[in-house]
Design a protein around this ligand. Structure first.
Ligand SMILES: NC(=O)c1ccc[n+]([C@@H]2O[C@H](COP(=O)([O-])OP(=O)(O)OC[C@H]3O[C@@H](n4cnc5c(N)ncnc54)[C@H](O)[C@@H]3O)[C@@H](O)[C@H]2O)c1
Length: 260
């Protein structure tokens, strides 16, 4: 764990904090001094993350919520501020993956993916920004994907994640003068529950690893390190950036994988 404490006594709200990248970011930010509101639709996962936050000597809060609900997201932000008195950092990580072409994607699946992966980010930011403004500024780090930067993913996922990329830029411009920085990370493949169907199969896992020039998948901790950097004052003049954290995947400029 890091020596530095860039988030000492700051407060972060993390959606999807009960698993995967959200959990790793919660632990990293707590290790650097932040109190963490862990928002997730699954209360059990969020409670496990809260315990990990508390192991770092910081306060954790479980907020059970569905990020696709405006009412829930407004409440999640309000509960965070009620518990900790302020909000400095937002990491809206809740999301799902989806394969399928436009033809094979049902309208129901499209709505589910776009609601969670794009609207869920919009709602989290919508209610977090006024609170971050009150502290005199802060940071939002959104999570898109390599799949938001090229056409090699399922249609709904690709569209939603590309939407997150440009939503990030729009918010960065709109809130720059308020010292609210908004940046986006585009992870390559990280083995978490979201994509376990792929990486649990040894043959598929080997294929996935080879798609990355570094020859391996990343770890949640490697994503959390990038989130912590962009959310910290070390990135004080970085806003509107879209950062691949992908072992070189996007640098290949090609789609080494079969279509969605
Ligand atoms: N793992 C990867 O390879 C990868 C790559 C690129 C981008 N991402 C993105 O990172 C984000 C996190 O993915 P992960 O790998 O941590 O997945 P994960 O499945 O481990 O975690 C997702 C979390 O979101 C929660 N969640 C799902 N629906 C929700 C809802 N409606 N409201 C609130 N919480 C909800 C889940 O309960 C879970 O705890 C996603 O947006 C995903 O698209 C992941």
């Amino acid at each position: 764990m890091p020596e530095q404490r860039r988030f000492q006594d700051r407060v972060a709200l993390i959606t999807g904090g009960g698993s995967g990248l959200g959990r790793a970011a919660a632990v990293r930010l707590a290790a650097e001094g932040a109190d963490i509101a862990v928002a997730d639709i699954r209360e059990d996962g969020a409670a496990e993350t809260r315990a990990l936050v508390e192991e770092q000597g910081r306060r954790g809060l479980v907020v059970q919520c569905d990020v696709t609900s405006a009412q829930d997201m407004e409440r999640a932000v309000a509960e965070t501020v009620a518990a900790f008195g302020r909000l400095d950092v937002l990491f809206p990580s809740a999301g799902i993956g989806a394969s399928g072409t436009v033809e094979s994607t049902t309208e129901e699946k499209w709505d589910q993916v776009v609601n969670l992966d794009l609207k869920g980010v919009f709602l989290a930011c919508k209610y977090a920004i006024p609170e971050i403004r009150k502290t005199g500024g802060g940071a939002i780090v959104t999570v898109a994907s390599i799949g938001g930067m090229q056409g090699n993913s399922g249609a709904a996922f690709a569209a939603a994640k590309a939407g997150v990329v440009n939503l990030t830029r729009s918010m960065a411009v709109a809130h720059a003068r308020e010292n609210i920085r908004v940046n986006c990370i585009c992870p390559g493949w990280i083995p978490t529950p979201i994509n376990r169907n792929c990486w649990q199969d040894p043959e598929r896992r080997a294929q996935i690893e080879q798609m990355h020039p570094m020859g391996r998948m990343g770890t949640p901790e490697e994503i959390a390190a990038a989130v912590a950097f962009l959310a910290s004052d070390d990135a004080s003049w970085i806003t509107g950036a879209v950062l691949p954290v992908d072992g070189g995947y996007l640098a290949t400029g090609r789609s080494p994988r079969r279509g969605p």
